[in-house]
Each structure stands twice: as C-alpha cells, then as structure tokens.
Design a protein around this ligand. Sequence first.
Ligand code: ADP
Length: 559
Amino acid sequence: MADETSRQDAPESPGKVRSLIRRALGKRGVLWLGFLAAVVPLAVMLVVQYLWLVDLEKSSSMARRMQLQKRASVIAKEVHGTYAGAAEKLLAVPASRFTDDGVRLIRPGARSDGLAGFRRFFVVSFRTRDYLLFWNETSQTMEVPRLSDETVAVWAAVSPWGVRAKRGQPVASTELTVDERDGAHRMILKPIVDSGKRLVGLAGVIVDEGTFTTEVLPKAIAATAAAFGDNGDLRIAVQDARGHTVLARGAAGAPKKGGVTWRLSFVYTDWWLSLTDSRETPESWARRNFTFNLSLSAALALALLAGVLLVLRTASREMALSAMKSDFVSNVSHELRTPIASIRVFGELMRLGRVSDPEKVREYGGHIETESRRLTQLVNNILDFSRIESGRKVYVFAEADVAEVVREAVATFDVRVASAGFRIDLRLPEKPLPPIRIDRAAIDQAVCNLLDNAVKYSGESRDIEVRVEGDERRVVIAVTDHGIGIPREERERVFERFHRVGTGLVHEVRGVGLGLAIVRHVVDAHGGKVALETELGAGSTFSLVLPIAAGVPGPAQPA
Ligand code: ADP
C-alpha cells in the first residue's frame, strides 16, 4: 500500500513531462511557446530600456544644464574676486587720516598695477563737514574736484552714509559695498570707522567699464576654460542691463534656445551671462542620446527577433519535412506492396496452369510486365532521389535526338496503360530537330514520370497528349492531361520533394511525391526549366524546355 502511494507521488521524469507538454500543445503549439519565450522577455526588456532611457534623458539634460550653470557661477565668482580683491587693497585707508588736513594726504592703498580697472579713487570725510576728494593720478595728490557727473554720482551714493555719520550711529560692518544706482558710475565703497565704530568717512573707487568688458570679463571666461574643457561648441555671451551683447566668446553662429543665464554678482549685477551650446541645447543633446540608444536597442531587438523567427521557421520546416518523410515511408511501402502482390498472383496462376488460353497467358504476362516496369520506375526514382540528395547523381551527356527518346518512352508507356483505356497522342515535329546533348536515361525517366502523373491524375479522362517541338534555340517536350489539375497555390510546391497535393481526388491516387522533384532536377542539370500550365478540374501541361545552345554541361558531370 505504502509502495503504491509512493509510486503515485513519484515525480514525472523530464522526458515524460516534455512529451506531455508536446502532446497537450501540439507541434505548432510548441513552436509558438518557443516564440513567446523569446519575444515576451525581449518586449519586457525593450519597455524597461525605454523607461530607463526616458529617465536618463531627463537626468542627463539636467546634468548638462547644471554643468553650464556651474561654469557661469565660476565666471561670476572670478569677476567678484577680481574687483573685491583690488578694491580691498586700494581702499585700505587708515581712519586716523580723516582730519581736515590729514585727508589730503590720503593715498590709494598699495597695488602693483595702481588703479587698473578703476576710473577714479576718492575719499569722503564726514568729520567736520562733508568733504569729497578725488585722487589725481598725474600730481599724485588728493584734490577737491570740480562739479561733474562723477561728483554728482558720488554725492548721491554717499549722502545716506553722511546722514548716518551725522547721527553718530556705530557702523556694524566695514565690508565693501557696491552702489550701482547710476549705471554709468558704478562704485565700490568702504566705510572707514574710528575706534568707537563711528563712521568718519568713505573710501571709494569708480569702476572702469572699458576695462571690465575688454579685460576682466574675458580673463574670467578664459580662466574657466581649462577647468571645464572647452569643446568649441560653447558660446558665452555677456549682456548689459539693456540686453545688448557686450561680449561674446566661443562658438559663433546663432545660439540655440535653452542655454542657461546667470546674473553677475558684486558689480554689474544687472548684467547677464548667457551660456549656450551653439550646436545643440542640453535637451536636444539628451534627446539625441536617447534616440541613438533607443534605436540601437530596437535594432538589436529586431535582429534578435529576426534570428528567432529564422530558427522557428527552420524548425517548422523541419517538422513539416519530417511529417512528409514519414508519409513517404508509408507511401513507398504501399507502392511496393501492390505491384508485388499482383505479380505474385498472376505468376502463381500461370505456374499452377490455371490459365491455358494463350490470350489470357498474354494478358497476365502483360500485367506482370506492367507491374514490374512500375516497380522499376519507383525503385529508379528512389535511387535517383537518394543520389541527388547525397550529391552523387551523375549525368552522362551525349548528342541525341530528343524526338526519338520521347517516342521510345511513350511507346513503352503506351503498352502499360492501353489496357486501362488511355490514348496517348504523340505529336512529333515534321522537320528533324537539331541534335542536342542530353542524358538519355534521365530525360526518359523525366518523361516517364510526367506520363505516370498524367495517367494517375487524369480522373475520368483518358486522353493524354505528348508534344515535341523546337527551334534553333530550344527543344520543348510537353505532356498534357485533362484531369484534376493543380490548385494555384500548389503550383510551385508540387516540385518539392515529398510534397503531394493533399485534397480531393489526389488522396485516392498512389504516389510517393518524388516524381516532379526528379523532373526538375533533371531539367536543371540540362540548363533548362519546367513550365506548368494547369487549371483545376481541366487538366495540366508540364513542359520541359531544354536549351540547345552552349551552356549544356559536358559528358559526365556530377549534379
Ligand atoms: P506523386 O508520386 O505524388 O505523383 P510527384 O512528385 O510526381 O509525386 O507529384 C507531386 C504532386 O503533384 C502529386 O502528388 C500531385 O498532387 C501533383 N501532380 C503531379 N502531376 C499532376 C498532374 N498531372 N495533375 C494533377 N496533379 C498533379
């Protein structure tokens, strides 16, 4: 009992499982399963790849944008550093000098290149009265300036500080400040405070716009080139407060939309830096990458799919061929058994002396001969087919009269089929045909195969025509029957090995599916072609077209 249970529970062997699946699905089902097993993961992979690429497109476009922003910010910092550093040095003025007399003795702080980058150095003292002095570079002294746009701009900028000084409010920070209310006179100011943190005056510089656009900005842009690796596609432009481009560096040409803009810090804060890729925007760059990667994946997937389809197609053909082969084996057995049985019966009747009438003896002898010829033809076809398949088939060409070969073939065939009521109408050309190099035995076999088919597939009809005609270029042998005909879609396939039209009347007709495959091979070896005209229910004409001219192979040529 226990034994039985364990036997029942035992897992099926893999072979059994496979054959169960095969039986459940059928052969086509197994192929479809294989197809799905390849296509579904491929589709999933493509979808995942697509989503990933979409993500990558977004992040890479962001990364590129961030890189441009980073560079813009570094340029802005560079400008900031240049001016802040220079101003810190120039405006380092001691508070002790802010006395009525002392203020005249003030000098700009020491700097290797003097006032470079600035138009003017000035100080304002709030000590006794508000007192503005400009530095005269030529006389190297501080002087009281005459009224000008500059003095007006400076007074406008410093007056709020003056108010603070008057109130004696302590100043928390002595950091540099920038006043850009007057765009033509941008100044950097440093509050000067005494020990009690009270404002005693201001030291300031007016920025020189010419130096800014021709020296400071280009230098700052160039300084970032090494760090960010210029590939020549980047265009860096600077726009002033009115939107005019005051400077452009890098790739020429109309910049694409979608670059980054960055405001300058410290001085010229109403000016803009714009960084654009002259070749493509970060978005189009990312999209190009996306398209390239996606097309690559799609192409690979297609190639893979084509490979899978090819394999499945081959497998499906192999399956069909193996089915045809097994049909072939049973057809051959049947084809052999029937004539052998007839021969044996007629032979026995004659041996036992059951037939004394000479007419009957001749008739039975005729049957035996017909059946033996039939057997010979079948065996020849099978042997030839096996030689063709293994590449050992040899054709022996010699000059011959085609009409003669056909006449002989028809004559021997006529004997076989006359008793069944068939009439073969042979039409030979009136004028002798030009001699042609052929393999006599092979052409005889091809004609016999066509005649055999004409008889087998004649249905009720009993008339067969064989025509031989030709001109100086070719010879045509045509065999016509008025039988069942061949459906349009089968016209090419009937020449395939083992293929038999699988409908209607044909089922009742014996055959192994090799006759026409051999006919085609023979005609190919002669450099010719087989033509087929047929109409379902009305009959068929098979024509062997053999060329006369050069190109016909030599006397002994393996196929
Ligand atoms: P088979 O031994 O089956 O006759 P063949 O290669 O000679 O093999 O022919 C292949 C198939 O072509 C046949 O099974 C038949 O269906 C079709 N066929 C050949 N000749 C004819 C014909 N004269 N009329 C109709 N069908 C034909």
